[in-house]
Structure formats: C-alpha cells, structure tokens
Write a protein that binds this ligand. Structure first.
Ligand SMILES: [Zn+2]
Length: 249
C-alpha cells in the first residue's frame, strides 16, 4: 500500500483547501534560491496530465508525493491542483524548476507555478480542475498585488505548448481569473455573474442582516470597503455601482 504524503499544515483560502508540504530547505529536489525580488512577479499556469492514482488518494497528492520524494527529476512547482485537491510544495518567496528556462531563467526566477491536473476531456472533472486553478491563480495574484497582466503561461517562458489543455481557450481562462480577481478585490459581484446589479446589492443586504450566508468568495466580493464585514453600507455602495454612480462618501 502506498504511503501517502502527510501535510504539515492545511489552510483554507476562499473555500479552497490547500495542503502544505514544503520541500525542506537544502533538499536537492528544489533550487533552494529565493525569487529574484524576494516575491512573485508572475503566476505561471501549467497543465499536467491525469495519471492512474493509488486507491484512496488524488491526482494532486500523487504528483506532490512524487515531487517531494524526488521522483519527478528536476521538476519542482509551487502548487498542484485538480478537481478535488490542492498541494503546495514550495514557499511563495522561493523559485522552482518548472518553466524550462534554467537556473537564471526569468520564468523560474520570478514566477509561481500552478500545475493544473487535467486530461482535456472536457468532462466534469476537467472543468472543475480548471475552475479551481482559475481561483488559485486569482488568489495568488491578489495576495501579491499583481494584476491580470501578470498571469502567464509556461509557453511564454520557453515556447513549450503548455498549459496544453487551456492554451486553446486561454482568453476565456484569463477571463475567469479576472472575474475571480475582481471579486477578491471586493468589486460587488456577489453572485459571480460578472455583472454588478441590484441583485448583488440585495444579496449583500441579506447577508448584512443575517438572512444569507455567503460563500467566502461571494463575501469578499460583497465587502466593498474591505473592512472584513459585509454591512448595509457595502450594499449601498454596490447599488450605487449598479446604478452607474460614483461613490461620493
Ligand atoms: Zn508547463
């Protein structure tokens, strides 16, 4: 029986559960070098194929374990994400080997790697993996103060056709990340339909008075003033946006 990887820590970000198993410093499975500016400047999206997994585990765990144990050769990435699971193997201030542009390559030296495990089938598991990858990418951009223009592909760094299953509809994927990023920034799109309307204001108001429990991402979208609460004042600000008025307060 396979011995599965045991996370050192499990955290939840906007409904996304992330298991941490950082490859120890000094281990030859990673470059052991900080990102050029000490923090990420890009988020690089990759696809890796679904594999046969041992019973009782997930695609991401299988990949994370192989990477942690040194069975992935020189490859090390920050995150693996699939339709149900997500693992982090590198800190967000250190470089990995994923962009195929070398020890001094800009891709490796300045970006975080998100490996989305897919098979290109277009089935539910594939769509779910892609949607979860789009959320993770947005969370990383948001955390590091990066705009959508800092979302990029493995292809950019070394010409490899990767992320193979997403590149054919990259614009749509980018749009999903943008939508998530806008919601994380509290744009008022509470229901996630990419428009800000009276329905969003109504949802925020219902949440403010305890009639509605919002998902973590919907909550972030509703918290217009970013004070960590959803109040009637947020609902008011959303209705102003919906009506096309500037905030005057
Ligand atoms: Zn790649």
């Amino acid at each position: 029986m396979a011995v599965f990887l045991n996370p050192d820590k499990v955290r939840n970000e906007y409904g996304l559960e992330i298991k941490e198993k950082i490859i120890p410093d000094g281990n030859k499975n990673k470059p052991n070098r900080r990102l050029t500016s000490g923090k990420p400047e890009w988020v690089t999206v990759h696809n890796t194929d679904r594999v046969i997994t041992a019973a009782g585990t997930t695609q991401s765990e299988q990949y994370a374990r192989a990477t942690f144990n040194g069975n992935m050769g020189g490859v090390s990435v920050h995150y693996y994400i699939d339709d149900s699971d997500c693992w982090q193997l590198l800190r967000e201030d250190e470089m990995g080997y994923h962009a195929a542009d070398g020890y001094w390559g800009k891709g490796n030296c300045t970006s975080l790697a998100v490996e989305i495990v897919m098979d290109g089938s277009g089935k539910d598991h594939d769509k779910a993996a892609e949607a979860r990858g789009a959320l993770l990418a947005a969370i990383l951009l948001h955390r590091h103060g990066l705009g959508i223009e800092r979302l990029t592909t493995h292809h950019r760094w070394s010409g490899k056709f990767c992320p193979a299953y997403i590149l054919p509809h990259w614009t749509a994927f980018r749009g999903e990340v943008q939508k998530n990023l806008d919601r994380l920034s509290g744009n008022g799109d509470v229901d996630g339909d990419a428009a800000i309307t009276a329905a969003d204001a109504r949802l925020a108001l219902r949440a403010a008075v305890g009639l509605e429990t919002l998902s973590p991402l919907a909550f972030a979208a509703a918290d217009k003033d970013g004070d960590g609460k959803v109040t009637a004042s947020d609902a008011r600000a959303i209705i102003r946006t919906a009506a096309g008025k500037e905030e005057s307060e």
